[in-house]
Design a protein around this ligand. Structure first.
Ligand code: M6R
Length: 615
């Protein structure tokens, strides 16, 4: 959560930082701020609200000259979102200025000690404590900024990505990382700092991703010194070539990133299986899995840990892994798993699923599973992310940058990878027939064009959205492979439209939720061709006889459900195990249109942030 940006070099820092903040706004958007050094003085401007509010404020508040600066967009943890709690924060002397993404857990104790030494605090933030702690250490120990930062971070408990400079020494920025991401872009005589590479992608393709417990001293026109925060060892910088391009992080003519990302799904699903799925030859090849197949095939069970939408992808995987590979699967919320002393042995394989690769709970679950001896496999979208590095091996989804806070293409590409893994393991174990194996490989190759077909219902789905945009509650029902899709559909609606929605296994309805059904309750039922078709038809009848309104997701060519439903959305036919890749599309579009009609901020829904790097 929170986005940080910094620049030191020969260009004007302000436009780079402002633009960078706009690109990182998906990480948090409660407040924003900037500190610029104009060659003589540091100028600070910050405000509650969005980066656009900051842009307005800067116009009347500070000069925008200077080639050194840092900026921040915030998702509030300590202290309500207001102007004072916004970053950057300045030390009591006015000389040190800092931005921070993360949480300093022991800030209250540190704050008391600093107050006893005469420090005063304006804000309620943990970050203001950190910058004053650094200042106090600088004074007491008579050390340079880098050393003071290092000593301070050794006293701190928590997570951080920080960047700070000293107005007395405006040729250097000090950065450090533990648990929150931090990338350094390397230009010619210039350096960029950011939570991800998107703020500097048009300036350089070379970046260093700091590892946890590393800090860097970045000197204008000179070099970068990276060292361990504990122990003081120097680290050789590892410069990566970025694969991301500008087009991927722009809206490309769509009104919202979410819509663009929904429409990217045919392409990114293909990107995700390209080179891995060789249907003609009957081969699935996953680099990260090849050397570890036996870990999976000999495992007592697979435990999947994830949060939110990634957890829903894990639930889909439970069905396909058990069906094809006959390996018992448990799917856990990472946040629960990490705190309940789970029974895990070295015979367990843990799969961690995360789009961002930075989710704090998932990361903690991985660390716990590793401590207990399990083999941990990661499925991440962001290359080089913390989770991708913390896991023993893994497979990347190739969704490209997902900017909309509501996850769409990450979900379908996660299911694509999980399907490939399940098929590979089933083949290896001999638990799937050759004909079934081949059928699913071929059908998976057809999914991108079938997603395109499903997207053609967009106008019709928009009309359905118009009818239901003002209701207060929705129920989503699905069975089997589509039960997790019902959960995902409800989550999508909740998070971007703020309409209350519940996802349920269709057959569970009669154990309670049926009491909610009346003529005002829209029920989205996933009623595609499947083994449960007849049973879902019965569920629909139960709803109809209580005057509920049915919005059904049906397979093209369906007759029965279409007749019974008040509204329907069609998807092409595909084997049941692959249907989540299609049914999801209709539900994403339904949520999107309702949210747009309600004038919601679709890409940045209230109270949320794209990557949840705090507990
Ligand atoms: O980056 P991750 O996949 O680990 O994120 C997990 C959840 O925070 C995320 O899926 C969240 O639920 C989305 N907002 C859902 O659209």
């Amino acid at each position: 959560m929170c986005g940080i940006v910094g620049y030191i070099g020969n260009r004007e820092a302000y436009p780079i930082i402002l633009n960078g903040l706009k690109r990182l706004e998906y990480r948090g958007y409660d407040s924003a701020g900037i500190a610029l050094y104009d060659g003589e003085k540091m100028h600070l401007s910050k405000t509650k609200g969005k980066v656009a509010d900051l842009e307005e404020r800067v116009k009347s508040e500070i000069p925008t000259k200077g080639s050194l600066g840092i900026g921040h967009t915030r998702w509030a943890t300590h202290g309500v979102p207001n102007d004072i709690n916004s970053h950057p924060h300045v030390s009591n002397s006015g000389e040190l200025v800092i931005i921070h993404n993360g949480i300093i857990e022991n800030y209250a104790t540190l704050k008391k000690e600093l107050i006893n030494r005469g420090y005063t605090f304006e804000s309620d933030t943990d970050t203001e404590v950190l910058v004053n702690l650094i200042e106090e250490i600088q004074k007491q120990e008579n050390v340079k900024l880098g050393k003071a930062v290092q000593i301070a971070l050794n006293q701190v408990v928590g997570a951080y990505a920080i960047a700070l400079f000293d107005v007395k020494k405006p040729d250097e920025i000090v950065v450090a990382k533990l648990g929150s991401p931090l990338a350094i872009g390397i230009g010619e005589d210039e350096f960029f700092i950011a939570s991800d590479a998107s703020p500097f992608i048009e300036f350089t393709n070379n970046a260093i991703y700091l590892e946890d417990e590393e800090m860097a001293i970045i000197r204008k026109g000179r070099d970068i010194k990276i060292r361990k925060i504990k122990g003081d060892t120097l680290v050789d910088p590892y410069i990566q070539e970025l694969k991301m391009n500008l087009e991927q992080i722009e809206k490309g003519g769509y009104d919202h990133f979410m819509l663009k990302e929904i429409y990217e799904q045919p392409a990114v699903i293909k990107d995700t299986y390209r080179g891995r799925l060789l249907a003609d030859k009957g081969i699935v090849r996953l680099g990260g899995l090849e050397n570890y197949i036996e870990k999976f095939t000999n495992a007592d069970r697979i435990i999947i840990v994830a949060c939110g939408t990634s957890w829903h992808a894990g639930l889909v995987a439970e069905y396909i892994f058990e069906e094809w590979a006959r390996i018992p699967v448990e799917v856990e919320y990472a946040s629960e798993f990490r705190y309940r002393n789970p029974i895990i042995t070295s015979k367990d394989v843990v799969i961690a699923i995360s789009q961002s690769g930075e989710t704090a709970d998932t990361l903690a679950a991985i660390k716990l599973a590793k401590q207990k001896g399990a083999f941990v496999y990661g499925i991440c979208n962001v290359v080089g992310s913390t989770i991708s590095r913390e896991t023993h091996s893994g497979t990347y989804t190739h969704a490209g940058p997902e900017i909309g806070v509501a996850s769409t293409k990450a979900f379908t590409t996660q299911i694509t990878v999980l399907t490939l893994i399940a098929l590979k393991l089933a083949k290896e174990k001999g638990t799937i027939s050759q004909s079934d194996f081949m059928l699913h490989l071929r059908e998976l190759e057809l999914i991108p064009s079938k997603v395109e077909e499903a997207l053609k219902s967009n106008d019709k789905i928009e009309e359905i959205a118009e009818v239901f945009k003002d209701v207060s509650n929705f129920l989503y029902l699905g069975r089997g492979y589509n039960f997790p899709v019902a959960l995902e559909g409800a989550l999508k609606l909740k998070e971007i439209s703020y309409i209350h929605a519940e996802g349920y296994p269709a057959a569970e309805m009669k154990h309670g939720p049926i009491a909610l059904i009346d003529e005002h309750m829209p029920v989205v039922v996933i009623a595609i061709n499947s083994n449960h078709y007849e049973k879902v038809v019965s569920n629909i009848q139960e709803i109809k006889s209580r005057k509920g309104i049915i919005i059904a997701v049906v397979t093209e060519g369906d007759k029965d459900v279409k007749e019974m439903a008040d509204y329907y959305m069609e998807v092409p036919n595909t084997p049941e195990a692959l249907t989540p890749l299609l049914t999801t599309i209709s539900l994403q579009l339904l949520s999107y249109h309702i949210a747009v009609m309600l004038n919601r901020n679709v890409d940045q829904p209230r109270n949320l942030a794209k990557s949840v790097t705090v507990e």
